[in-house]
Ligand binder design. Structure first.
Ligand SMILES: C[S@@+](CC[C@H](N)C(=O)[O-])C[C@H]1O[C@@H](n2cnc3c(N)ncnc32)[C@H](O)[C@@H]1O
Length: 407
């Protein structure tokens, strides 16, 4: 059974350019890339997967079920492939083979898993905390290098936590699996040398910084409400232990932490009948490609989200050479829409409400262009007792304080 994936985020893959293909996992290639290759060979992903899996094709966006009992060879092929595999839908409320509405637990792409472990720079002797146990495979990889006694992992979903604990024990790596909300971290095991989150955050809790020793590293997928643009922040805890700061290392697409999911605004609540004809109108020379980027590695979404806080954006499907892109304010009923038409040079804009959301987006885009269209790795994040702020090139060049939807 097949299902087109939700628009974003994906079930944890590296964001690929459109048209990219899933590659077979090649351990020797990975060996050249990072020190985690031998762990990947010693700890096969297949030992942590359930019999019913939903591999996700990053190129087509399709998610197809594979049942081990019915097709063991296909199951093994997918387990060994460099692709994300969905292992739970709809917080476990969905049963059966057909894909559900939203993927809520998965095993990430092996190449991304190894790249993140390399970024984390966890070494023998370190103690590590993982947020988001999922299948338990990443915890097992950590345990392979650090020792099972030095790894704690937290999972919010009880059934997922129980299954991972069982598989870790069966594999001979009895990592401590805690069932609970990872947002609080796990103070009992602190201080840690390393903290890795394998679900996406919009707001990193200071508790995590407080639980990692000075000089220790946090690696956290992070993004705003604006769009799917997300990247891993690699934060090093300051010598006084009060804050942590560092650059973004790579674009990713993780499912968000349960408590930080976006509850999509209801279009009709913002734009009731007649609202478009009553809205302020203007036009823009910004093109669809400039606003949306041309590949999934494009940093434009990420950058705009940093400059336009508390806004969700929705891109309509293209229809008859026309595409509408909507913006919804998350703390008031401000909205805007820009309508691109293939046969027009300028796009029409409608906006209404206390904020002028399109003006904010256009200003943010001009700012991004004026700064040389920075990619993810020119941005960085600092988390301290006052909250979090994002910077460009240098921690002193603060460009925004993106908070939660209500912040
Ligand atoms: C991409 S999966 C993790 C993959 C996992 N590391 C592995 O090796 O299979 C993300 C996981 O984060 C969990 N999660 C979401 N919110 C959480 C929270 N607040 N605390 C702990 N886990 C959470 C989800 O239930 C899901 O299992």
């Amino acid at each position: 059974m097949t299902r087109k994936a939700e628009a974003a985020p994906g079930p944890t893959g590296t964001r690929r350019p459109a048209g990219g293909r899933s590659a077979r996992l090649a351990p020797h290639t990975l060996a050249a890339r990072d020190a985690w290759a031998s762990a990947l060979e010693a700890v096969p992903r297949s030992r942590f997967l359930p019999d019913l899996i939903w591999p996700h094709d990053m190129a087509t966006g399709e998610t197809t079920s594979v049942d081990r009992a019915r097709d063991p060879r296909a199951w093994q092929r997918h387990a060994d492939a460099d692709e994300p595999i969905v292992t739970q839908w709809d917080d476990g409320n969905h049963r059966g083979e057909a894909p559900g509405r939203s993927f809520t637990s998965s095993s990430s792409m092996p190449s991304l898993v190894s790249a993140m472990l390399a970024d984390l720079d966890a070494r023998p002797g370190h103690r590590a905390l993982e947020i988001g146990t999922g299948t338990g495979w990443n915890a097992a990889l950590l345990a392979h290098r650090l020792g099972a006694e030095n790894v704690v992992t937290i999972e919010v979903d009880r059934a997922v936590a129980d299954e991972a604990r069982r598989r870790l024990t069966d594999f001979g790596m009895p990592v401590r699996v805690v069932h609970g909300d990872g947002f609080l971290g796990h103070a009992d095991g602190a201080p840690y040398d390393r903290l890795i989150a394998t679900c996406g955050l919009r707001q990193i809790p200071h508790a995590w910084v407080a639980q990692v020793r000075p000089g220790g590293v946090l690696l956290v997928p992070w993004g705003t409400y604006y769009g799917p643009g997300e990247a891993t922040a690699r934060l090093v805890v300051a010598p006084d232990g009060r804050g942590a700061s560092g650059p973004f290392t790579r674009p990713v697409a993780f499912m968000r932490m349960r408590s930080q999911r976006l509850v999509w605004p209801r279009h009709d609540d913002y734009v009731p009948p007649g609202a478009v004809s009553a809205a302020d109108t203007s036009s823009t020379a910004l093109t669809e490609a400039q606003l949306l980027g041309t590949g999934s590695f494009d940093a434009v979404d990420f950058a705009l989200g940093l400059r336009v806080p508390r806004v969700a954006r929705n891109v309509d499907r293209k229809h008859d050479g026309q595409r509408a892109v909507w913006f919804y304010g998350l703390t008031d009923r401000s909205w805007a829409v820009v309508v691109f038409r293939d046969d027009r040079e300028r796009a029409k804009v409608y906006q209404a409400g206390p904020r002028r959301l399109w003006d904010e987006v256009a200003d943010a885009h001009a700012w991004w262009v004026a700064h040389g269209e920075p990619a993810y790795d020119r941005f960085g994040l600092t988390v301290d007792e006052r909250g979090q702020h994002v910077w460009l090139d240098d921690p002193d060049q603060v460009i925004g304080r993106p908070q939660g939807a209500s912040g």
